[in-house]
Design a protein around this ligand. Structure first.
Ligand code: AMP
Length: 420
């Protein structure tokens, strides 16, 4: 099946080919024609499955080939994303496709953490397509740099993240600014049960696109779990990097402090490692990510800021130095490797205290992984007794659900602080 058989016009098919997209991926096969027909979508497809082009191609087609309803046309496509890095990445995909089209299409990428003035200047000439994180988008609307009254197509990329409570107020504010008569497209690898009702309320007669695991080539990710003592994790990480000769590794930790601290320790041990987190300036964030993509860093130690959507070609390994607080982030984190048909390995360090949490993640995703022990790193720690974590007050012990809820809220708060 080719892109032209999905109903895309010749110029879009040519733009796809010019960008190396020849055969549609399963999510593109299902979504493109429906988007061209103007349907609302709720699309659940794995990370790395070609989601961006699945909405970028038909939406570019629609704005190229559907006459504007008004002479003075404002922004017609609004793509919301939860992180600045994803805004840049999606903006790049859209611009690369738009640049190959005969019709000039103006795109603007708006995100926080950098000066607002260049973005205001960029908007002066108007923008057909805006890709934005919600906070900066609202700042620009409040400054009268942008109006959203002409938006015809709204995309929520990494939708379940945008629908969680951390973004609730900003999302509601954006929804109040866009017309209610619009096409709405939700894309995510996961849709947590808690956000499904809200997601449903945004859509009109949606088609649910669910790419089954039989249809999509499962990413080739070998998952491993290694039991290790808390204090030996950095040594074990160093050992694994050297033993496997991984050219690049993305290491996930729980805090910005840990990202700094561990990167520094690795660097001092002769491994080119850099931290990447929301506490860095946006310029530094962009630089580290670009340098990692350019293979100038061997290891990047990051918070969940890098868990979603970031596309790094040929990333052979991901390490969960700390397990993710929210179970869905396990899927997003490991999805950074094994992209576009490549092989990858995802290693989780499981300390004694994290064993219960790892069992929850394993149960949720039916992982069934043996807990490996590496020679020279045999664990000696015992899990802390429950009384140490609860203060030992009878009847006050949080349930598993309470713990998961608290963890999800903490993760949402952290990630949101890092978005914009
Ligand atoms: P995404 O899920 O949008 O992050 O895309 C993941 C990767 O798949 C990106 O590197 C895309 O360039 C690549 N990709 C998307 N669509 C296709 C396609 N039809 N053929 C080959 N590669 C693709």
């Amino acid at each position: 099946m080719s892109f032209s058989s999905l109903g895309l016009s010749t110029s879009l098919v040519q733009a796809a080919h010019a960008n190396g997209l020849v055969e549609p991926t399963p999510v593109q096969l299902q979504a493109v024609a429906l988007i061209l027909q103007g349907r609302d979508l709720w699309a659940c497809a794995q990370t790395g499955s070609g989601k961006t082009a699945a909405y970028a191609l038909p939406l570019l087609d629609r704005i190229c080939n559907t006459p504007s309803p008004r002479k003075q046309q404002g922004t017609r496509v609004l793509v919301l994303v939860p992180t600045r890095e994803l805004a840049l990445q999606v903006g790049e995909v859209l611009s690369n496709l738009a640049n190959k089209l005969p019709t000039p299409i103006r795109t603007a990428v708006l995100y926080g953490g950098v000066s607002i003035n260049p973005q205001m200047m960029r908007l002066r000439g108007g923008a057909d397509i805006v890709v934005a994180t919600p906070g900066r988008l609202l700042d620009l609307v409040r400054s009268n740099a942008l109006r959203l009254g002409d938006v015809q197509h709204l995309v929520l990329d990494e939708a379940d993240r945008l629908l969680d409570p951390g973004f609730a107020d900003e999302l509601q504010a954006v929804l109040a600014l866009v017309p209610s008569m619009r096409q709405t497209l939700l894309f995510s690898a996961t849709f947590a049960p808690a956000v499904q009702t809200l997601a449903q309320s945004l859509l009109r007669d949606p088609v649910r696109v669910e790419i089954s695991t039989e249809q999509q080539a499962l990413p080739d990710i070998a998952q491993r779990a290694i039991a290790v003592d808390t204090k030996r994790r950095t040594q074990l990480l160093k050992h694994l990097v050297q033993q496997h000769g991984w050219s690049r590794v993305l290491v996930f930790v729980a805090t910005q402090y840990a990202a700094e601290h561990i990167a520094e320790k690795l660097y001092k041990a002769g491994i080119f490692a850099s931290p990447f987190h929301g506490g860095l300036s946006q310029g530094a964030r962009n630089q580290v990510l670009q340098e990692f993509k350019d293979e100038r860093w061997q290891v990047v130690v990051t918070t969940d800021l890098a868990a979603r959507g970031i596309d790094i070609a040929q990333l052979p390994a991901v390490v969960n130095y700390d397990l993710p607080r929210s179970a869905v982030d396990y899927v997003h984190r490991i999805g950074r490797t094994g992209r576009a048909g490549e092989q990858g390995v995802a290693v989780s360090f499981v300390t004694a205290d994290a064993q219960a949490h790892f069992r929850l993640i394993s149960k949720r995703y039916q992982l069934d992984l043996p807990l490996e022990v590496i020679a020279g790193f045999e664990p000696t720690e015992q899990p802390a007794p429950a009384s140490q974590t609860t203060g030992g007050i009878k009847g006050k012990r949080p349930s598993k659900k309470d713990k998961l809820r608290a963890a999800a809220q903490a993760a949402a708060a952290t990630a949101n602080n890092e978005a914009d």
